[in-house]
Design a protein around this ligand. Structure first.
Ligand code: MOS
Length: 758
């Protein structure tokens, strides 16, 4: 594995170390639960031990008798709250402590507040709750679920894509494949625990909470608390992992705010790892049915993808991955349908590459199966069906380097050594398998705002309420400002994660780098225009009279096209110009005119993917080598190789880190991770990191990331395609395909475990 940061290729930025790296490794970076507050009280949740039924009594006397316990909030204490609206910045419509109805396992039933965390914990253990339980439907296979179409019942999936006569084309196709695939529930488990700290001051509320959407949280909190959003501030300068789990407002936040109001002192609630499994969101389990009809030379002339996704009784959460699977290759006729299966579970939510991870596992496994049937190399099958326009409306891709990624990755991986016959390659007692899969992710860009301040001494401040969830967005924002203003990255200070800053979109859908960099670019260009206008008017300067288009800012100098240059600081002094500040509002092409107004209300307006006039996607090819022990069936992954093309890469170091993390998580998803639901009572069984399996370093040995040079002038002004979620999409299928190559066993249900291969 190479440790050195990758050398930038064309259209790739320098591998600057993270601007906040030192803060993070020295412990100086303050995460939301780290802020010291005077007179802080601590809160601990009490959660339900049934998944469905009614709370008949809450006995809090024993808890109140614990020394240090201040209060126990339960039914009756939250009646003043407005109910949350699902899909509008809230993760569920269930407001705990209002109705005594239990909708899912581990629902919040009380909040114990004490002088110390220990007293609150002891108090929480002494709250006794009585229930009238009802039988609960646990999962996709359970009795008593309700199955409804996603179309007409959800906001995020409005149409089941189709084109041509699928039934006829499938019937006539000489080669046919039909298969079902399943993916499990998974939990994000960010290392930074979930938390809320609420402080009231003269009717103004400050909330410290790890957040992917500070303006979203601010507005959702204000609405539920029925106060003016101007009175709410949300602070989240660093986030220790999120992956979608910290996007919507949790049902806990408002209760903690109520407790702080009631007690008239700051209250902090850090949620335990175990309680996070039921009080936050998760990736829902899915089922897929794929049908493909092909010609003998591999043209897929008929494609059908049906998906079933689990959701809760009260909320219709959907990911609807067929929006993309129906458009990603040059299918002939297409049909698709997404259904929701409503069970007695908490409402699922976004988790890294929400639609792509389950739906692409099905798609890319099926393509591997079809290649086997056709006797074709799996890469060639993808080449035959590659396209620059999607098949439904023939919308063109703005750029697509899928096959170039396959070619580069295949070379680095040495795919030519693969033997198509399963089990043909051995290494001592180990069966060796090679597999590959396509990965893709929609290139989203969202409306955003930013303020940039440029001082004559070359210092720059960038302010935008975006979110550093570990991706390096602070660093790339600094790089964009440094590039446009001709200063070193170290001269740029970036302020993020606070609603007192200009709003930025949710850190979701991999849009942050594209949106923030496009907005910073716009603000910096406005500053450049002002600088160039001012300096051109100074008669005795070497750059006098030059048009702005002829001028550039480089290393603290104004440089003209003819090579003339002068120190910027001198010019600005002569021009009598001090600090220049620009506030920019950026709306991506085709975005709604009210996108900025909505952003101030905490709502993100995203463009990109398959929903506009053009298809905007980043692509990659992922290759894996698996070793499976001949006798024990132990599964090892000695090698992961991914080649990716995602437009302009702002920083090859931070980009590689995202892609590498994605590949490793993809491997984990294929082989380790699954949330086990007890089918008898719809409760989560493995609610900690001891039983919820995640990989360790020894599980990820050689991980190679190749980043292709790609230029896309259409996706957004920055030319950036987000890649935070690109890495973990194809890995599941690549591993299943490699397991087949090693063993001849086709595993269509994740995760793949030793017992599947016996
Ligand atoms: Mo990401 S799951 O789009 O926050």
């Amino acid at each position: 594995m190479t440790i050195a940061a990758p050398e930038p290729k064309e259209n790739q930025g320098r591998p600057e170390p993270r601007v906040d790296a030192r803060l993070k490794v020295t412990g100086e970076a303050r995460y939301p639960a780290d802020f010291a507050l005077p007179n802080l009280a601590h809160a601990v949740l009490v959660t339900s031990s049934i998944a469905r039924g009614t709370v008949t009594a809450v006995h809090k006397e024993a808890a109140l008798a614990v020394p240090g316990v201040l209060d126990v909030l339960t039914y009756g204490d939250a009646d003043a709250l407005e109910n949350p609206t699902f899909g509008n910045g809230n993760m569920t419509s269930v407001q705990p402590l209002k109705k005594r109805r239990i909708e899912h396992d581990g629902q919040i039933v009380a909040l114990v507040v004490a002088d110390t965390f220990e007293a609150a914990s002891e108090g929480a253990s002494k709250v006794r709750v009585e229930y009238r339980p009802e039988p609960a439907s646990a999962t996709l296979e359970s009795e008593g679920t309700e199955v409804i179409p996603a179309v007409g019942n959800t906001q995020n999936h409005k149409e089941d894509a189709s084109v041509g006569d699928f039934a006829g084309a499938f019937e006539r196709a000489p080669v046919k494949l039909e298969a079902e695939y399943r993916t499990p529930a998974q939990h994000h488990n960010p290392i930074e625990l979930f938390s809320t700290t609420a402080v009231w001051h003269d009717g103004d509320l400050t909330v410290y909470e790890p957040s992917q959407s500070v303006h979203g949280h601010k507005n959702a909190l204000a609405k539920q608390l029925r106060i003016d959003p101007a009175r709410v501030r949300v602070v989240s300068p660093f986030v220790g992992g999120a992956f979608g789990s910290k996007g919507p407002l949790s049902p806990r936040a408002t209760i903690v705010a109520l407790a702080a109001q009631k007690l008239n002192r700051p209250v902090r609630c850090v949620v335990s790892r175990m309680q996070a499994f039921t009080t936050q969101t998760y990736r829902a389990e899915t089922r897929h049915r794929i049908q493909m009809g092909a010609t003998p030379n591999g043209r897929v002339v008929a494609f059908s993808h049906e998906g079933w996704e689990l959701t809760s009784r009260p909320d219709n959460y959907v990911v609807g991955g067929t929006d993309a699977t129906t458009r990603i290759y040059d299918w002939g006729a297409v049909q698709s349908k997404v259904s929701l299966v409503k069970a007695d579970r908490q409402t699922p939510g976004y988790m890294r590459s929400p639609p792509e991870v389950p739906y692409v596992f099905a798609l890319e496994s099926a393509l591997d199966e079809l290649a086997e049937k056709l006797g074709m190399d799996p890469i060639e099958l993808r080449r035959v069906n590659d396209t620059m326009a999607e098949p439904i409306k023939k919308s063109p891709f703005t750029s697509r380097s899928l096959m170039a990624c396959f070619d580069e990755a295949a070379k680095a991986f040495d795919w030519s050594r693969r033997r198509p016959t399963p089990g043909a390659t051995r290494n001592g007692d180990w069966l060796v398998g090679y597999g590959c899969a396509t990965t893709y992710y929609p290139s989203n860009t969202a409306a955003s705002t930013a303020r940039v301040r440029f001082s004559p001494d070359g210092k720059v401040v960038v302010q935008t309420a975006s979110h550093e969830i570990g991706t390096g967005v602070r660093t790339v924002a600094a790089q964009m400002a440094a590039e446009r203003l001709g200063v070193d990255v170290t001269a740029v200070a970036v302020e993020m994660g606070d609603t007192s800053l200009p709003p930025a979109p949710v850190a979701g859908g991999s849009n942050s780098t594209a949106s923030v960099c496009s907005t910073v670019l716009k603000a910096c260009d406005a500053i450049r225009a002002r600088v160039f206008k001012a300096v051109a008017e100074i008669n005795d300067s070497p750059v006098a009279g030059r048009a702005a288009s002829e001028l550039d800012l480089q290393k603290g100098e104004v440089v003209a096209g003819n090579g003339a240059r002068a120190k910027l600081a001198d010019l600005l002094r002569k021009a009598g110009v001090g600090v220049i500040e620009e506030y920019a509002e950026f709306i991506p092409e085709g975005g709604a005119p009210d996108a900025i107004a909505k952003l101030y209300q905490g709502q993100t307006s995203m463009s990109g993917g398959s929903h506009g006039k053009k298809m905007m996607f980043a692509f990659g090819a992922e290759f894996v080598e698996v070793h499976i022990h001949r006798l024990t069936r132990e599964i090892r992954v000695p090698r992961l190789v991914g080649a990716f093309a995602a437009g302009r890469i702002m920083n090859t170091r931070t980009a590689r880190s995202q892609l590498m993390g994605g590949l490793i998580w993809g491997m984990s998803s294929a082989l380790h991770e699954a949330t086990e639901i007890d089918p008898r009572n719809a409760r989560i069984v493995n609610r900690d990191l001891q039983d919820y399996l995640v990989p360790v370093n020894a599980d990820a040995r050689d991980v190679e990331v190749l980043m292709l040079s790609e230029v896309d002038r259409e996706v957004n002004p920055a030319g950036v395609k987000g890649l935070g979620e690109l890495g973990n999409v194809g890995t599941n299928a690549a591993i299943a395909n490699a397991v087949y190559n090693a063993t001849g066993k086709r595993i269509r249900r994740l995760p793949i475990r030793v017992e599947d291969l016996l």
